[in-house]
Design a protein around this ligand. Structure first.
Ligand SMILES: O=P(O)(O)OC[C@H]1O[C@](O)(CO)[C@@H](O)[C@@H]1O
Length: 624
């Protein structure tokens, strides 16, 4: 594999680089006695949206004072109910992409002509910003980065020939490597199978969600390599994945994906898998593949240990938009998914969503609907309901794409805006028997995105389970029925329709939402391409682990005394010089005690003051 390594990892074109709160629920009454700055009716009778909209307008107006957004022309009336007027609205606004066979119906979002007119010039500014981004502007100013995921599916658009070569050579490497693995030309060294049969993908966030979604949506019933994921630092979860591989560990290709190359969960997953390889007497390096930025910790580890292959992640591709880089393409190709078709679908959608004609730009129409429905401040959640099992993970994928991009404390001018757009959902009609009851009748804090797939089954497989009706007809009926029932109760929805779930349509869906997020972010004036909030949690987690080490040192010292000196929590905290962290110290001790960590806690966990702790053994070496 030396040739692949040199092509993909040591290419001269690969330059090392330097290194929300939940939205307001507008109809919820405040808790009794809880102070609130919002003055709105505690609970209104019908029509519900009148109250919701008037409150939302207050929120929007409020936020515009602090540099936020306003919702022009939002009416204080219910949604259009006249069937003829609604049909006209449907036909007038229906977007169709002929080549992709994709439709977007925004007729069940109640935006007005006035709103559309007033938003139009603002969209022109967003189109300008998007054009700049695609030409290589530093669209992620905080991190000083270009944002280039659109180039991945049309390398002609890259601002330099250098980047074009990077993209194309990586794609060639992916295809060649996948072919050689699938055909058995590259073999696992110690497997009787004679070829790789499984993929263990280790990664988290954008380094897992895209590949997971694509696998669920597109992998054939019997893929050349089956995929499973380790996307957490949950030891039991990791054990479960490894145990399920059993003896097939010997024919497992382990793909470790991390843009930064230093994400702790991913590192832990790698270390756990490497341990499993050691215990099975297998040479991990011969089966390991890294996808990461050049010269990251992961890259250096893979290079030094001589892993089977390394593929680059680019500085200018963010984790949550990396599914069309090696991150998503390599696992997809290994599962026999046509990755060039995925790229084509995305490229076609990119082209369509560059249109400056708002009515004919599906991503802009989506952003318009989001703005209208959530008042440009995330006042309503987006419930994503694909009526197709294979699209189950789309909502999870979109959750990161939308929420990590839009959920920001500050706007680009430094105003505190606490922006966001909450996304959740699973699939229809399954969810109809779970939470759709609340959507229809309960708190009105959402709008729905239906994803409809016209083709029920591959041709030739359908049958009528009752006269004139197939199983798929039921699914169709459930979707349409739910859409109508929700609308009848003033619940707005968008519907996206594709003909089939194919690599092309999945590529198009991903590209559609990527662009919608970019345009929406620009409308609400936030940086969609950084995630400063995540860093705070990561830093705090590091501090907890550092405190745990201090706690252990203090306990070790006390446990090495003769006689052993059990300590109360207050004493541990004092000895750690961290009296303010006593609650965290209690949690650390409770966690260690539950995990057989040679720690003896006398007393009862339910009454922390009674606890006295010491270690079961003294580590003399650690004293010095
Ligand atoms: O690919 P990496 O660097 O391991 O990061 C994983 C994920 O962590 C984040 O940086 C923060 O959660 C995501 O944006 C990213 O997708």
């Amino acid at each position: 594999m030396a040739s692949l390594s040199s092509l993909c990892s040591s290419s001269p074109s690969l330059k090392p680089k330097p290194a929300a709160s939940l939205p307001k629920t507008v109809l919820n009454p405040p808790f009794p006695g809880k102070p609130t700055s919002l003055s709105f009716p505690i609970r209104s009778s019908k029509p519900l949206d009148v109250a919701a909209h008037s409150v939302a307008r207050e929120i929007a107006a409020d936020s515009s004072k602090s540099g936020g957004n306003s919702v022009p022309g939002k009416p204080k009336k219910g949604l259009e109910k006249d069937p003829q007027a609604l049909w006209r609205r449907y036909v007038d606004w229906l977007y169709q992409h002929k080549d992709l066979g994709l439709y977007l119906d925004v007729s069940r979002i109640g935006f007005t002509d006035e709103f559309f007119r007033e938003m139009e010039p603002r969209f022109q500014q967003s189109f300008d910003a998007m054009e700049g981004l695609e030409k290589g502007a530093i669209a992620n100013p905080d991190e000083g980065r270009m944002v280039g995921h659109y180039w991945l599916r049309n390398s002609e658009l890259t601002p330099t020939p250098f980047l074009k070569t990077q993209i194309e050579s990586t794609l060639d490497c992916i295809c060649t490597f996948a072919d050689e693995i699938v055909s058995g030309k590259i073999k696992p060294p110690a497997s009787e199978a004679g070829r790789f049969t499984q993929i263990m993908a280790v990664g988290i966030g954008g380094s897992a969600l895209g590949p997971q979604f694509v696998a669920e949506a597109l992998a054939p019933d019997n893929p050349p390599l089956k995929i499973r994921f380790i996307d957490n630092t949950d030891p039991a979860g990791i054990d479960h994945q490894v145990a399920q591989l059993g003896s097939e560990l010997a024919s497992t290709l382990v793909i470790v994906t991390s843009k930064s190359g230093g994400t702790p969960e991913t590192r832990n997953g790698l270390l756990e898998v490497q341990k499993a390889f050691r215990e099975a007497g297998l040479d991990f390096a011969k089966q390991g593949v890294a996808i990461t930025q050049e010269n990251s910790l992961l890259d250096n580890t893979a290079r030094i240990e001589g892993w089977l292959a390394r593929f680059p992640m680019f500085d200018w591709v963010g984790g949550r938009t990396s599914v069309m880089s090696a991150v998503g393409l390599l696992p997809a190709a290994l599962q026999g998914i046509d990755i060039r078709e995925m790229l084509t679908g995305a490229a076609l959608m990119d082209e369509a969503t560059r249109s400056r004609d708002l009515r004919n730009n599906p991503a802009a129409l989506l952003a318009l609907c989001w703005y209208w429905a959530s008042d440009g401040v995330g006042s309503k959640d987006m419930v994503v309901l694909p009526y197709k099992d294979s699209l189950l993970l789309f909502s999870r994928y979109l959750q990161q794409l939308v929420m990590e991009s839009i959920g920001k404390e500050f706007d680009l001018d430094g105003n505190r805006v606490n922006q966001g757009l909450t996304v959740y959902g699973n699939k229809g009609s399954t969810d109809q028997h779970a939470y759709i009851q609340q959507l229809r009748e309960g708190v009105h804090n959402f709008f729905v995105t239906f994803i409809e797939v016209l083709r029920d089954r591959p041709p030739g497989h359908d049958w009528e389970l009752e006269p004139g009706v197939t199983c798929g007809d039921y699914l169709f009926g459930m979707l349409q029925g739910t859409r109508s029932a929700l609308y009848a109760n003033d619940r707005e929805s968008v519907s996206v329709t594709v003909q089939e779930v194919t690599p092309r349509s999945v590529g198009a869906l991903i590209a559609l939402y990527e662009r919608a997020v970019g345009l929406y972010a620009s409308l609400v004036n936030i940086n969609a391409y950084h995630q400063p909030g995540v860093e705070a949690g990561k830093k705090a987690a590091g501090e907890v682990l550092a405190l745990q080490k201090r706690v252990l040192a203090v306990l070790n010292e006390a446990s090495c005394k003769d006689p052993v000196e059990p300590l109360t929590l207050e004493e541990v905290a004092d000895h750690c010089h961290a009296p303010e962290d006593i609650e965290m110290i209690y949690k650390i001790i409770a966690h260690m005690a539950a995990n057989d960590r040679a720690l003896i806690a006398d007393g009862h966990c339910g009454s922390p003051r009674s606890i006295k702790v010491y270690l079961g053994e003294c580590n003399v070496d650690a004293l010095y």
